[in-house]
Every structure is written in C-alpha cells, then in structure tokens.
Design a protein around this ligand. Structure first.
Ligand SMILES: Cc1ncc(CN)c(N)n1
Length: 251
C-alpha cells in the first residue's frame, strides 16, 4: 500500500513539473510574439506615454487647446517634415543597400508617398489658420530634432537603427492623433482634419507593417546594433516630448 501511494505521489509530481514546463514554454512564446519594439515600448512605458499622451495632445483631445499653441505647432512641424523627407530617403537608400528583402523598400516608399501629400497639406492648413510658413523660424527643440535626423542619415548609422527611428517617429504621431479621434474625445471640429492626417487607420496599419519590418531586422541584429536601436528609440521619444513642449505658449 505504502509503495503504491509513493508511486502515485511521484506520478503527480511528474505531471505537475510537466505542466509547469508547458506553461513556461507558452509564456516564453508570448514574449516572442510581443516583438522587440513592443517589448521596448513596455519597458519604457512612461517615456512612451509622455510622448503619446502629452498635455498638448490631451488639450486637443479635450477641446481646450490654445489655438496659438496649435498655430505654433503647425508652423514648426512644417519645418520638421521638410527635414524628415531627406531622412526618410536615407532610410530607403540604406534598405536598398543593406537588405535583399524588397518588401522593406516598398513599405518605406509607401511612407514617402504620404510625405508628398503632407507638404501640400501643410500649405493648405497654414493658410486656413493664417500661418505664414515662410516667416516661421525653427525654435530650439525643432533645431535639435532636425539635427538628430541629420545625424541618422550618416552611412555610419546601420539600416536597422535608422529603421527603428523611422518607426518611432511615425508611431508617436499615429498613436497621439488616433487618441484625439477616439470615442468620447472632444476634439474641436476644425482640428479633426489634422488629427485624421496621422490618426487614421490606414496610417495605423502602415505603422504596424513598418514595426514588423523593424522587428525582423532587430531579431537578426547583433546585440550591439540592438543596443544602438534602443538608444535611438529613447532619443526619438525624448525629442518628441520636447517638440510638443515647444508648441505650448511662452516656451
Ligand atoms: C515632430 C514630428 N514627429 C513625427 C511626425 C510624423 N512624420 C511629424 N510630422 N512631426
């Protein structure tokens, strides 16, 4: 009797261990499913939140935004986008030089096509708000961000690092402005077109595709390149916070 009881206990112990192994395997699979970028967004959640739920964005979403802040942001962002175009082109060149996977090139080209419409949109939106784009001088945060973009255009910067920055820059705007279009948002009617420019679902899907391309490169990258890419992602988030800060009156 005692012997049989011991055997049963041993079998129960074995089942328990197998169950635990199975659970740990499935949880580690979940980690793999998250992808490198989502893991970093989770790890740096407070900085990501600072960039995508900034008081300036909250003020657009709750309808209290100071329109002179909005006008300042519009004039500054037009300057930024003009510096973002050559940066995006440099990511395209790196893609063509460093990867045999042509789908990266197609995804990046898709983003650039949107930039062409964007430059025209800024002109139209600026005249709607009485902003004279030619008279706008870049403020310090903008100068800093644009020179950071320029530094990423160097051939010393790996394609995977530049692609991660490209994703972060686009994703912050997509996440921020989609938030202003959610159910329950009180965004002013005359600001909805601006929010829709980056907050729309198509741009959201394009950002997810870009994230997948970046994850694929990050998974196969060396630890050194992954470290550089994480540092660049954090720098982009910091610069986005400073860019939103700049648009608030008096800064
Ligand atoms: C500052 C900033 N960051 C991102 C984006 C989106 N391309 C933008 N237009 N301006």
């Amino acid at each position: 009797m005692l012997h049989e009881r011991e055997e049963e206990e041993e079998e129960e112990e074995m089942d328990k261990q197998q169950q635990q192994q199975q659970e740990s395997r499935s949880s580690s699979n979940k980690k793999v499913d998250l992808g490198v970028i989502a893991t970093w967004v989770k790890k740096h959640a407070s900085l990501y939140e600072a960039a995508t739920r900034h008081p300036f964005i909250e003020s657009i979403r709750n309808g209290t935004v100071d329109l002179s802040s909005f006008r300042r942001w519009l004039g500054q962002d037009n300057i930024f986008v003009r510096a973002f175009v050559p940066f995006a082109a440099s990511v395209l060149v790196k893609a063509c030089n460093e990867t045999d996977d042509s789908s990266d090139m197609e995804v990046i080209l898709g983003g650039m096509a949107a930039l062409n419409d964007e430059l025209a949109w800024f002109k139209k939106e600026a005249s709607k708000w009485g902003v004279t784009l030619s008279a706008i001088v870049p403020l310090a945060a903008n100068v800093g961000y644009c020179s950071f973009l320029k530094s990423l255009m160097s051939s010393e910067v790996e394609y995977t690092v530049a692609l991660t920055a490209f994703w972060a820059i686009e994703a912050v705007y997509q996440d921020s402005f989609a938030y202003c279009l959610e159910e329950g948002a009180e965004t002013l009617e005359e600001l909805k077109e601006t929010c829709y420019r980056w907050g729309n679902d198509d741009f959201g899907e394009w950002c997810c595709t870009l994230e997948e391309r970046a994850n694929r490169r990050l998974q196969m990258a060396s630890e050194d390149v992954r470290k550089k890419a994480e540092a660049v992602l954090l720098r982009v988030l910091e610069l986005e916070v400073e860019f939103w800060d700049m648009s608030r009156v008096g800064i």
